[in-house]
Design a protein around this ligand. Structure first.
Ligand code: GTP
Ligand code: MG
Length: 201
């Protein structure tokens, strides 16, 4: 798929104020600093579209970007940064959980995890919560440029081993780098596939 246009629409603190849910959308989620905003910029070929920062906690709002005048990419705040609450709902943030549970046009969630790290408890808990709530998701490994290709393969295999303690099968996975642009074609092809196959939401 070709990205012909990518336009910032809105930033919201409240899911009820997001654009009308009349188009398919795909949201990027994951720990703070994992590379959500950078990946959106890489996919859209626009380094200034989503705000990025080396300091965790940069994205604080629900940001909608209209792609090809047809569908939305959504940049969400990270979880696991400012965090003291014990309940799962508050752990990931009310904004994030409200968005995920209420946004009926959100077709698939892209859960980003850093290729370099073994599975973190908070990511595993988050994906378990998605499963409990029947939310479709895939896993996107980020920052692959920081590892050699064989090291990436080992990390992904190790990740799958841990996931399979909880899950019957692995969700779809993608290996990406916003730096080297690895995985761009695969992700865009998958988005294209989702755009074509999901007729209703
Ligand atoms: P929050 O909005 O704070 O939740 O973070 P985020 O997940 O949106 O991360 P962001 O895209 O702002 O990137 C965080 C930092 O990681 C920035 O310094 C980026 O330059 C860096 N980064 C993101 N993706 C990559 C990548 O693929 N490779 C490398 N080497 N650095 C990356
Ligand atoms: Mg961000």
């Amino acid at each position: 798929m070709e990205i012909r246009s990518a336009t910032f629409m809105t930033s919201n603190t409240d899911v009820m104020q997001c654009p009308p849910p009349d188009r398919r959308e795909y949201a990027f989620i994951g720990r703070s600093n994992v590379g959500k905003s950078s990946l959106i910029n890489m996919l859209t070929n626009n380094s200034k579209l989503a705000k990025t920062s080396s300091t965790p906690g940069k994205t604080q709002l629900i940001n909608h970007f209209l792609i090809n005048n047809e569908w939305y990419l959504v940049d969400l705040p990270g979880y696991g940064y400012v965090n003291s609450s014990k309940t799962l709902r508050n752990k990931f943030g009310k904004l994030i959980s409200d968005y995920i549970l209420r946004r009926e046009n959100m077709v698939c969630l892209f859960v980003l995890v850093d290729s370099r790290h073994p599975p973190r408890k908070i990511d595993l808990e988050f994906m378990a919560w998605l499963g409990e709530n029947g939310i479709p998701f895939v896993i996107v490994f980020t920052k692959a440029d920081k590892l050699t290709a064989p090291a990436c393969s080992t990390c992904i295999a190790d990740y799958a081993r841990v996931m399979l303690d909880q899950w019957e099968s692995m969700p779809r996975t993608f290996l990406t780098s916003a730096e080297s642009r690895l995985g761009r074609e695969e992700l865009l092809a998958y988005l294209d596939e989702l755009n074509r196959t999901v007729d209703e939401f």
